[in-house]
Design a protein around this ligand. Structure first.
Ligand SMILES: Cc1cc2nc3c(=O)[nH]c(=O)nc-3n(C[C@H](O)[C@H](O)[C@H](O)COP(=O)(O)OP(=O)(O)OC[C@H]3O[C@@H](n4cnc5c(N)ncnc54)[C@H](O)[C@@H]3O)c2cc1C
Length: 399
């Protein structure tokens, strides 16, 4: 298999069920896109081999199609990957100076946008024969010192790194190693695991063609709110015909942004309001499609309209789901929210962890109010430049 998720501790059933992906446009990058056959036990207890259109539903099954008991995935000889990482000014990405075009043809590629530093780190990988020299291992393609700095950034309270254009060190690098060791991290021990840090990843797909404009808009919003936050990871996902794929019908850039989790129940994390503003902007203005395995209930609220607008093959999926599970054995609250049969619950503090979009102060943290942020010209973010009427963007800010 080539180019799958960046973390080694996940299961085939779970990664497929949520559309888990890696980053390349040259190869199928989600496990789901690579599956050629699946066997499920359906809601009646029957064994079903999914083929044809049913396979397009079963591959990203959301846990509601049956129990996946067998998946056929292509394997290939082991390969090495040479990953070249370049540090560039952010204009290379925001003003679309050919960077994305170059990364399109890479066997593996991703971008880190360090917006506090106004830089991007563009990583471009080439698949090589396994005999190629090199045994590097990477969580990230930066140097050991850079990696430390990155981990500090991930600890999210460390604005000295991620808000400082002069911070570093960030430098160009080239590493070569086994494909899996370069693209996927695992945790040998819990202490060594960066994934234990107090943040939650949000991931939103936008059309690749819209990426520079979406990031310019995010920059405008962050600047207006005097905010900076840890880097965003931008990955590439080729167009998919799986019914519930985030990349249905178009090549996508999947933007992972950090949503800091409050330290105490009612204590808002830093850069909360700006994060809330940019994810709403990406959803409302750029037709953002949320990742199934990462985002909180807020993303399935009525604020963002019916799921069918973001998943044009939802009707086909529902038909297949009903034929697989006519009495709803596998139904759950999450899926009922997705299809609009259940409301996203709002409760005190729900907006602090992306469980809701606030519509009253109580949904925010201590000493915070729920407001619509404005640009320097006084226009409300999210209302001024959109043609049709949409939900007003609401964020939690200190009063
Ligand atoms: C540390 C970390 C790193 C991650 N990195 C990435 C990444 O790089 N790219 C990316 O796209 N995503 C990434 N994710 C998100 C990840 O893809 C999803 O969270 C995925 O669901 C995790 O798989 P899991 O095995 O934990 O599944 P679970 O969370 O256990 O399951 C997910 C869903 O699938 C259902 N399910 C699981 N197995 C079966 C089965 N056999 N039959 C039927 N239903 C089943 C479950 O009921 C549930 O509804 C990451 C998540 C973590 C925690």
């Amino acid at each position: 298999m080539l180019a799958i998720t960046g973390f080694a501790g996940l299961t085939v059933g779970g990664v497929m069920g949520t559309g888990g992906h890696g980053s390349t446009l040259v190869h199928p990058t989600s496990l789901s896109d690579q599956a050629t056959a699946m066997t499920l036990v359906d809601g009646r207890g029957d064994v079903v081999v999914a083929t044809g259109d049913l396979l397009k539903s079963a591959r990203i099954h959301l846990g509601v199609m049956g129990v996946v008991v067998n998946v056929t995935l292509p394997v290939r000889d082991k390969i090495k990957l040479r990953l070249e990482t370049q540090v560039l000014g952010e204009e290379a990405l925001l003003n679309d100076q050919g960077l994305l075009e170059r990364l399109r043809s890479a066997d593996y590629a991703f971008i880190l946008w360090l917006h506090g530093q106004k830089k991007v780190l563009a990583a471009e990988g080439e698949a090589l024969p396994f005999e190629t020299e090199g045994d590097d291992v990477a969580i990230s393609p930066v140097t050991a010192e850079g990696l430390d700095a990155q981990l500090l950034a991930h600890s999210q309270r460390n604005a000295a790194f991620f808000c400082n254009p002069a911070a570093g060190p960030l430098q160009n690098s080239t590493i070569t190693g086994t494909f899996g060791n370069i693209t996927t991290a695992g945790c040998d021990t819990p202490e060594a695991c960066i994934f234990g840090t107090p943040w939650q990843d949000l991931a939103i797909a936008v059309d690749l063609a819209d990426l520079p404009a979406a990031l310019r808009r995010a920059r405008q919003v962050m600047d207006a709110m005097s905010a900076c936050m840890p880097e965003w990871l931008i990955r590439l996902h080729g167009s998919s015909d799986n019914h519930m794929s985030m990349a249905w019908g178009a090549d996508k850039a999947i933007i992972d942004l950090v949503f800091a989790i409050p330290v105490a129940a009612d204590e808002p994390a830093v850069f909360l309001g700006a994060t809330q503003a940019v994810f709403q902007v990406l959803m409302h203005e750029f037709g953002g499609v949320p990742h199934w395995g990462k985002n909180g209930p807020a993303f399935w609220s009525k604020d963002f309209g019916p799921a069918a607008e973001r998943f044009p093959r939802l009707a086909e999926f529902l038909t297949d789901m009903t034929s697989m599970d006519p009495s709803g054995v596998f139904q759950n609250a999450f899926f009922r929210r997705v299809i609009g049969e259940a409301e996203v619950e709002k409760f005190p503090g729900c907006a602090l962890t992306a469980k809701c979009i606030c519509d009253e102060d109580a949904h925010c943290g201590r000493d915070q109010v729920c407001v619509t942020p404005t640009l320097p010209d006084g226009k409300e973010i999210g209302l001024a430049d959109v043609a049709d009427s949409r939900s007003r963007i609401r964020v939690c800010e200190f009063s």
